[in-house]
Structures are given as C-alpha cells and as structure tokens.
Design a protein around this ligand. Structure first.
Ligand code: 3HC
Length: 317
C-alpha cells in the first residue's frame, strides 16, 4: 500500500476510533512509539516482580504468602502478554531483552525503590498497582488493537492486586501502634514515587501530544495523575493515615485535591538509571536471563523436535 493511501487508511481508522491491527499500514513513528511504550510496560511488569518477591519468604501468614505469590506470578504473565503485543510490531523478545539489559530501554521508575518492610507490600499493591490500573484502564481504549486487548485481561487481575494491597494496609492501620506506624512509614516512602509513575507534567512531556493525536494515550499524564490523587487521598484518610504532603489541600471549587511540587530531579535521576536500587534491579534481571538460557534452549529444541516429528508423520501418511 502506498504511503498516501496507507496514511489515509490509517487516519480513517484513528478518526473512527477503531483499532489499528498488526497488518495495517502505520506511520513509522506510531510503530516506534508503541514498541517503546509496550516494551517499557512489559519490562516494568517483569522487573516489578523483584521488589515484591523480596517479601514472599517473609510474609506474616501462609495466606498472605499465597496471595503475594499469586500476584507476582500474575506480573510475569502480564509481561509475557505485553512482550507478545510488542512482537506484533516486528521486534523480537530477544531484541527487547538486549535493549533493556543494555540500558537502551527502560522500565517504570517506581521499581527502583527498595522494599524495606512488609507494609511496603501493602503500599505497592494499593498505590503502585492502583496507579497502574488508572493508566491501564485508559489503555484499554488505546488505538493499537493487540495492546488494547492485552489490557482487558491485565486490568482484571490488577484490581485483585490493588485490593490485596489495601487489605494489608487496612490490617496494619487498624492494628497495634507499631503496625500503624509501619503503614504510615510505607505511605511516606511510596506516595511521591507513585505520583511520578504517570510521567512528567504534560508541558514537559515530549510524547504526550503526538500520542494523544494517535489515540495511543486517551488521557494525558497530568489528567491521569489528578484522577489518581482524587481517588487515593480519601482512601488514605479512611485508613487514618496522613498523606506526606504539607501542601495537600482540597479545592472546593474544582473538587480536586491539590498537591505540593513533585521532585522531578529525583524522577529524572531515577529514570536515567540512578535510582536507589537501579543497578541491583538490572543486575538481578541479567543474571536471571543468563541462568535461564538453558531453559530457553531446551524449550526451543523440544519445539523443533516436535515440529520435525509432525512433519515426518504428515509425509508418512
Ligand atoms: N518511569 C520511567 N520512564 C518514564 C516514566 C516512568 N514512570 N514516565 C515517563 N518516562 C519516560 C518516557 O519513557 C519518556 O522517555 P523516552 O522519551 O526516553 O522514551 C520520557 O520519560 C518522557 O515521558 P512521556 O510522558 O513523554 O512519555 P510517554 O508518552 O511514554 O508516557 C507513560 C509515559 C505514561 C509511563 C507511558 O509510557 C505509559 O502509559 N506506559 C504504559 C504503562 C506503564 O508502562 N506502566 C508502568 C508500570 S506497570 C506496573 O506498574 C505493573 C503493575 O502490575 C505493578
């Protein structure tokens, strides 16, 4: 299809709010933006298993251990779903791993913070998965078909993730003074990094305008962040916890919670690989990739053997 007719067909799909599918003509920039964003999303799911896996062996009860294990397993599945969506754009999983390991692709800033107490499992489920849900519900309406469809299943599981996190926070907040202090400490450490998950302010975002025009994004960074803040502040108050922001104030006129300034120096330092545990996260990921090479080789060899066996059976019949 020539570029002109391809562009016209693409524009008509976007205009009609329909889905762009892998075999449709698409602008190179649309394809590269989706590869970048879906890969980063997938990398985030996989790297995001590390902070929580750190507490599976130290969960306070067998029930909490099984819930957390199920959640971490879900994240692995979300990563696989998203790598599959990225592959439909013409890039291989191995290339994506190489780009992540070499620092040429990123994962969400939020996973570069250490998990210091069991209460962090509650704060991550409640705040981090809560922020992810806010973003992913919007992405169910993204213009690229495979990405939008991947979001439907992921969002269903994310709501379990957020609820189990809030359940941990509620147990602690309604427990002993020490337990409530643990919950408050976790909120203090995870509140601002969770707000950074939504990306820079719209005015500083190099991608938002074009991504909105292509309907990759349906809501801007700041709009999503505000929706998240308005939803989460009352939840913290219900727990009897304090949001760590002296400038937080409810604006009766707009009906929104207004926050103080976000530390964008911390955000960009983290994004550029200088987060609290950035190096540990990537080192762990590369080690797991290298140690798992034999599994990939065995699975590939087995699949090849199965294929040749079925081909020879076809010839024989
Ligand atoms: N962490 C790391 N990098 C970030 C970031 C973050 N939180 N927010 C923005 N950035 C980067 C962008 O990648 C971009 O970098 P680049 O130009 O070098 O590629 C730059 O900062 C400018 O930001 P923009 O807002 O212009 O970039 P985007 O248009 O890509 O918007 C986004 C950023 C809103 C995060 C968007 O990429 C997005 O919606 N991604 C999909 C959702 C996602 O990745 N969520 C991550 C968490 S997944 C998760 O939490 C799993 C859950 O189960 C726990």
């Amino acid at each position: 299809m020539h570029n002109d007719t391809g562009q016209q067909a693409f524009d008509a799909i976007i205009e009609a709010d329909e889905k762009v599918e892998p075999r449709d003509w698409m602008p190179d920039g649309y394809r590269s933006t989706l590869i970048r964003q879906i890969a980063q999303h997938a990398h985030s799911e996989v790297i995001g298993m590390q902070p929580e896996a750190n507490w599976i062996t130290r969960a306070p009860t067998l029930l909490r251990k099984s819930i957390l294990t199920a959640k971490v397993q879900d994240e692995a599945g979300h990563g696989l779903y998203l790598y599959s969506a990225a592959e439909t754009l013409g890039i291989s999983r191995d290339e994506l791993q190489e780009l992540l390991h070499s620092g040429r692709q990123k994962y969400s800033s939020i996973f570069n913070y250490p998990t210091l107490s069991w209460a962090d499992m509650g704060a991550i489920g409640w705040l981090v998965d809560g922020a992810a849900i806010m973003n992913q519900i919007m992405l169910q309406r993204t213009s690229y078909g495979p990405y939008a469809r991947a979001m439907v299943k992921i969002c269903k599981e994310e709501s379990f993730h957020a609820r189990q996190g809030y359940s941990i926070m509620m147990t602690l907040a309604q427990g002993t003074e020490e337990q409530k202090a643990l919950a408050q400490d976790a909120l203090d450490r995870w509140w601002w990094p969770s707000l950074m998950m939504f990306g820079p302010h719209d005015a500083e975002s190099p991608h938002t305008e074009q991504s909105m025009a292509w309907k990759i994004k349906r809501v801007t960074n700041d709009e999503l962040r505000q929706m998240y803040i308005d939803q989460t502040v009352p939840q913290a108050h219900y727990l009897g916890l304090t949001i760590p922001d002296d400038d937080l104030v409810f604006d009766e006129e707009t009906g929104h919670w207004n926050i103080g300034p976000i530390d964008w120096d911390e955000f960009w330092a983290t994004v550029k690989g200088n987060g609290r545990v950035s190096r540990e996260r990537i080192a762990h990921k590369v080690k797991a990739w290298d140690e798992g090479a034999w599994v990939r080789e065995a699975a590939t060899a087995y699949a090849a053997k199965q294929r040749s066996r079925s081909e020879s059976e076809k010839e024989a019949s």
